[in-house]
Design a protein around this ligand. Sequence first.
Ligand code: ADP
Ligand code: MG
Length: 238
Amino acid sequence: MGQITLKQVTKSFGNTDVIRPLDLEIGEGEFVVFVGPSGCGKSTLLRLIAGLEDISSGQILIDGQDASHTPPAKRGLAMVFQSYALYPHMSVRKNIAFPLKMAGMDQAAIDAKVNGAAKVLNLTDYLDRRPGQLSGGQRQRVAIGRAIVREPKAFLFDEPLSNLDAALRVNMRLEISELHQSLKTTMIYVTHDQVEAMTMADKIVVLSAGRIEQVGSPLDLYRHPANKFVAGFIGSPK
Ligand code: ADP
Ligand code: MG
């Protein structure tokens, strides 16, 4: 579960080629980080995988099945948005329960899932509060909780910590890594922050102008950067 394959995937907006023919293999349970400078196509690539944008050509396989044009809700993936995407008028409990309610699940099953997610995320004591009564880190956990209850094949994160201050970012980085270790679900994490990439990833995908410059473990990239761009970006001495 959670194996994602991209074959010669491209995306153009009008005359602008944002993703060039791109091949990528994401293994079951991997923590993969897309890193690269602003505007290189990280968010677009994530949105193509999520189905929020339609590919221009190529193929996307999820667990071996062609999902190139499958609607987002049927891909079994969960996008974790930044915490400001929470519903301010709803309690934490209702925010987390929202996707299950939409899916028509019965209340007892919803309660069990929400309580389970709250436990994993240390939110049990905050379920009756509203987002406005929480810290930035707690709000981000609620956003993650809303993804967890759907039991997705993969979690997709687009710069989830960019709204948080530096100290909190370090904390949340650890929490997301721990979550990955306990759930063992595939995670794709977009960031422009090299430190996040180097500390969180099993596999880093370095992007520049819609192309993959290099794919490898943090250590591979650090020791054997494919070119000056990767070396400069990762901060290795080459
Ligand atoms: P990143 O997330 O790496 O900063 P994006 O994927 O957001 O980069 O954007 C990559 C490029 O695609 C940018 O030049 C951006 O302006 C362009 N782009 C993204 N979305 C659209 C869109 N809906 N229409 C036109 N151009 C877009
Ligand atoms: Mg982006």
